[in-house]
Design a protein around this ligand. Structure first.
Ligand code: UDP
Length: 341
């Protein structure tokens, strides 16, 4: 019998790509989303890619009764939890919004999983937990640093909530995936990132600038102690990232875990600077971007990239798409949603 995976926040950027890969790997998927930060575009795209409608429940994980009903209705074997607020800046000005939503939804999910006698829980964490690392690349053993935003703090807190729940409640198993910088879109260009308002992240800002929606890209700082002076990140292709989720869920469901709670970095191991990324985008897509050097953005770390050896070895997963393919897919998606030929 096929296992059923619940994807909370499944209508969003990462959730929609993960849903596609799960179904293509043979899982049944139930999507749950309150649509607070997205429209139906990605859900529709997922259904077109897969050629079928998937079960979709519009609900809020802060509503515990709704979570109970969901678990009563579907035979859920594993949950991948994406549903959360994610704007770093807003989390600094409105921390309570972030603490109440991101923690309550996750706690509700775990409480209901405990009521049901257990569940496999995959939590979407972030490399933000490493702060400004002293040693690069970062391994899963690198120390977590005090978070610089409430958003970052909710990631650390949810990791701890999952770890402690696994230790306390029989039947709960957990994996936290720490993502580096997910970018790009599905090769079909039917699903991708759809930020509301002015994008905070680099690649959506680049594609919107190329599309003429933004006048000019600001490169935040060129005086960092890096080879070209701009910050370095580990940009991970969204489809590669999605496949890491399939590998992690399969590891849990096949009882291959070496401990009840495990953590994996999901990155390429390859640092790319902001300037290198901009130049690569221009080159593969045969266009010129309007950009300027701007002051540093407060809170940015100089450089971070993953040591993905643990995921490579234990999940049997490796990032495969080149940065060029990824940047091509990002532009193809932007053109698709803006009707640019
Ligand atoms: N960045 C930039 N201009 C922008 C947005 C981001 O120069 O309009 C830089 C940012 O300073 C960082 C990198 O791009 O060095 C990645 O930023 P992003 O917000 O995408 O991800 P983060 O690593 O901050 O989570």
């Amino acid at each position: 019998m096929k296992a059923t995976v619940l994807v909370s926040g499944g209508a969003g950027f990462i959730g929609s790509h993960v849903t596609v890969e799960l179904v293509q790997a043979g899982y049944d998927v139930v999507i749950a989303d309150n649509m607070s930060n997205c429209d139906e575009t990605n859900y529709r795209g997922v259904c077109s890619i897969l050629g079928k409608e998937l079960p979709f429940v519009r609900m809020d994980f802060c509503d515990k009764e709704a979570v109970r009903n969901l678990f009563a209705k579907y035979p859920i074997d594993a949950v991948i939890h994406f549903a959360a607020f994610k704007a770093v800046g807003e989390s600094v000005t409105n921390p309570l919004k972030y603490y109440s939503n991101n923690l309550e939804s996750f706690i509700n999910l775990l409480e209901v999983a405990v009521e049901k006698g257990g569940c496999n829980v995959l939590f979407s964490s972030s490399a933000t937990v490493y702060g400004e690392p002293e040693k690069l690349p970062v391994t899963e053993e690198s120390p977590r640093m005090p978070a610089t935003s409430s958003y970052g703090n909710t990631k650390q807190m949810c990791e701890d909530i999952l770890r402690d729940s696994v230790a306390a409640y029989p039947g709960i198993k957990g994996i936290a995936l720490r993502y580096f910088n997910p970018i790009g879109a599905h090769p079909s260009a039917l699903i991708g990132e759809l930020p509301r308002g002015v994008p905070n992240n680099l690649v959506p800002f680049i594609t919107q600038t190329a599309a003429g929606i933004r006048e000019c890209l600001s490169i935040f700082g060129d005086d960092y102690p890096t080879p070209d002076g701009t910050c370095q990140r580990d940009y991970i292709d969204i489809v590669d990232l999605a496949k890491a989720h399939v590998a992690a869920v399969t590891r849990m469901l096949k009882d291959k875990m070496e401990a009840g709670y495990e953590i994996f970095n999901v990155g390429t191991g390859r640092p790319v600077s902001v300037m290198e990324l901009v130049k690569a985008f221009e080159k593969v897509n045969h266009l010129k971007l309007n950009y300027r050097i701007a002051p540093r953005r407060p809170g940015d770390v100089t450089a971070i990239w993953a040591d993905p050896a643990k995921a490579n070895e234990k999940l049997g997963w490796k990032a495969e798409r080149s940065i060029e393919e990824t940047l091509e897919s990002a532009w193809a998606w932007e053109k698709h949603i803006r009707n640019i030929k």
